[in-house]
Design a protein around this ligand. Structure first.
Ligand code: F6R
Length: 248
């Protein structure tokens, strides 16, 4: 798998933003829509800031952009401080000219009975648009992508999952303690991620260096879902020097 190492997360985020803007514009020129798969968490914050800047300063339009977020905690109200709906609206969606009907974030308010159909429909919408053109990913300390935790299968579908303890510990700082941290989430499955035409996984900092090495250099295993990307024909790990520090 290709790894591209940048001096820091800011230059890396700028480069990813440029690629996304180029794709959006190329699709615009052809009168096509651009289907983006988006992640939340701390990693893509700089990328979204850069895209907002390009919208405000260079007139980059999102009118032809359709987005699907990877995941949402379950249960989760959209207006809750820690909801991924709120995160996406504040950092990107409300700051650009994307049409409200064109963004999709898994619904954390469904009843348990509704989830399976909802997840099927989420995938059907992606398929009807011809799949994801470009998928942005972060990576969990355990190698999760989306909330596909260790043990997720390569052909896993969009579904309700139990969050790993380590994922909940990482999230607990936002939820003021582990006991308030959700135990479950809805995540896009590995299969749809693998079907994306282009995948960009981003990671910053020393804290991610071990899992980056494992994902890139060790054998493919469902214990480390990011390692599945070794089999993707157009995936890249865009990382900073610190996250690359353990690579041989
Ligand atoms: C978020 C997501 C997760 C995060 C990962 C890294 O939508 O799908 O896989 O990308 O947990 O989180 P940060 O970026 O906060 O280190």
């Amino acid at each position: 798998i290709e790894t591209v190492v940048f001096e820091n997360s800011s230059t890396a985020s700028k480069s990813v933003a440029k690629e996304i803007a180029g794709l959006i514009r190329a699709k615009q020129d052809k009168g096509e829509s651009c289907v983006l798969g988006l992640a939340t968490g701390s990693t893509p914050k700089g990328l979204y800031a850069e895209l907002v800047k390009m919208h405000k300063e260079e007139g980059l339009s999102f009118k032809n952009v359709i987005t699907f977020n990877l995941d949402e905690y379950y249960p989760m109200k959209p207006d809750s401080v820690n909801s991924y709906v709120r995160f996406m609206k504040e950092l990107l969606l409300d700051q650009v000219d994307i049409l409200p009907e064109n963004y999709h974030i898994p619904d954390g308010t469904l009843s348990k009975k509704e989830i399976a159909d909802y997840c099927k429909n989420y995938e059907a919408k992606i398929e009807a648009l011809g799949g994801i053109d470009l998928q942005i990913l972060g990576i969990g300390g355990n190698g999760h992508i989306g909330f596909n935790e260790s043990g997720s299968l390569q052909n896993s579908k969009t579904r309700l999952v139990a969050l790993d303890h380590i994922t909940r510990v990482a999230a607990s700082k936002d939820f003021s303690g582990l006991s308030n941290t959700p135990r479950t989430a809805i995540t896009l499955g590995v299969k749809k991620i693998m079907e994306a035409k282009r995948v960009i996984l981003m990671a910053w900092g020393e804290g991610k260096s071990n899992i980056i090495k494992t994902s890139v250099e060790e054998s493919i295993t469902n214990q480390v879902p990011a390692s599945f990307l070794q089999e993707h024909n157009n995936a890249v790990f865009v990382i900073d020097k610190a996250a690359a520090s353990k690579l041989t």
